[in-house]
Design a protein around this ligand. Structure first.
Ligand code: M6R
Length: 367
């Protein structure tokens, strides 16, 4: 049942080239330069006139929402807010029938998300579900939606469901941008082709980087704290990397926007602190490099996820995890993969049950 892998988590990490391709198949139609998502057609009018989009989710799905905020605002020029479902359901948010809510959930049964949606629906909002489990409660309460095609996810730590959510959210952003006319045809084609290349780029990481990541995991397996930093599109990746490490290895980890470091967390840095930078080539790259130098100046250990061919970052970081070059908008689908592997191997080297971490359940159906 684990298909020859030691754990479901590892199997699910390795399934990602397939599950991302499955989530794009029949939707990303390159030769016609279009995206087919019938759920979007159903709520097209609402979306075109939306005052704002509110994304509601928990945990890893919330991180996917954060990526979507950056991408939808950039490509579609619609105001996006990302809410923790548990907070949203208890405060008294201002919701009208001009709001479109995007709910993101692997299980489709997360109690906080479900109740948040019920409340918003009562107030007239349109609910769009991005869910993995077919026929689940969140799928049923949604007005329209789009399934992720990740297949059953057994490991408690979400991996392939996350990258499938990101793939679907990228499709959604591209489709809405085209509908609204906020993207040029040239950029649409370029991003579509890049999105289509993601499965093979994930495959590249799984083929070429595993031994290297294992060695890095072994080196840092006894750390007490790990800081994860990123900027822009890769800031949510830093949060997700930190969450994966906490869940699987029980090592305390924090994700931060790299520039926030100087407002507090830099006080933690000494020669025992590993700092993981998500530092692929994008508009923030030079800034990220100077953040890296700030850590090195305080003798912190820098582990960096970098784009293939980036020699400068190579010369600064202590340890490097390489990914193929990919458009910055789509980078989060790829940059999370080495971080999933890093957490997995650290958990394994610490002798932990990575598929069923203590105190956690796969689906949180209580508040
Ligand atoms: O099923 P959902 O996507 O609604 O679950 C949300 C979170 O409970 C989930 O992502 C959780 O954070 C995972 N354990 C993360 O690996």
């Amino acid at each position: 049942e684990k298909g020859g892998y030691d754990h479901f988590m590892l199997k699910e990490i390795f399934e990602q080239p397939t599950t991302i391709a499955d989530s794009l198949r029949g939707r990303l139609v390159l030769n016609e330069s279009k995206i087919i998502l019938s759920g979007i057609d159903i709520i097209q009018e609402k979306l075109l006139n939306a005052r704002r989009i509110i994304i509601v989710a928990c945990g890893t799905s919330w991180h996917a929402g954060l990526v979507a905020e950056y991408v939808i605002e950039e490509l579609c020029r619609i105001n996006v807010e990302v809410e923790y479902a548990s907070e949203f359901r208890y405060r008294n948010p201002i919701i009208t029938d001009e709001d479109v809510i995007i709910a993101i959930s692997q299980s489709g049964e997360t109690a906080d998300t479900l109740v948040a949606l019920e409340r918003a629906k009562e107030q007239g909002a349109t609910i769009f579900g991005i869910v993995n489990v077919v026929g689940s409660s969140i799928a049923r309460i949604s007005h329209a939606g789009c399934y992720t095609h990740a297949g059953p996810e057994i490991g408690v730590a979400s991996t392939k469901a996350y990258t499938a959510q990101l793939a679907v959210l990228m499709l959604l952003a591209l489709k809405v941008a085209k509908m609204k006319g906020t993207i040029s045809e040239e950029r649409f084609v370029e991003l579509s082709q890049e999105l289509n290349s993601v499965p093979e780029k994930v495959e590249w990481v799984l083929k070429n980087e595993v031994d290297n990541i294992k060695a890095i995991a072994y080196k840092y397996k006894d750390a007490h704290d790990v800081l994860y930093l990123g900027r822009g599109y890769n800031f949510p990746t830093a949060l997700e990397g930190a969450l994966k490490l906490k869940e699987i290895s029980y090592i305390h980890a924090e994700g931060y926007p790299a520039a926030e470091m100087k407002h507090g967390p830099i006080a933690l840095v000494d020669d025992t602190l590993p700092v993981v930078f998500v530092a692929t080539k994008d508009v923030y790259h030079e800034k990220v490099i100077s953040n890296m130098q700030e850590i090195k100046a305080r003798k912190g250990k820098v582990i960096a996820v970098v784009s293939e061919g980036d020699e400068i970052t190579h010369s600064i970081a202590d340890d490097i995890m390489t990914v193929p070059v990919l458009d910055e908008v789509l980078a989060p689908i790829l940059t999370v993969v080495p971080l999933q592997l890093l957490s997995y191997y650290i958990g394994v080297y610490r002798g932990l049950d990575v598929d069923k971490p203590r105190n956690l359940a796969k689906s949180v159906t209580v508040e």
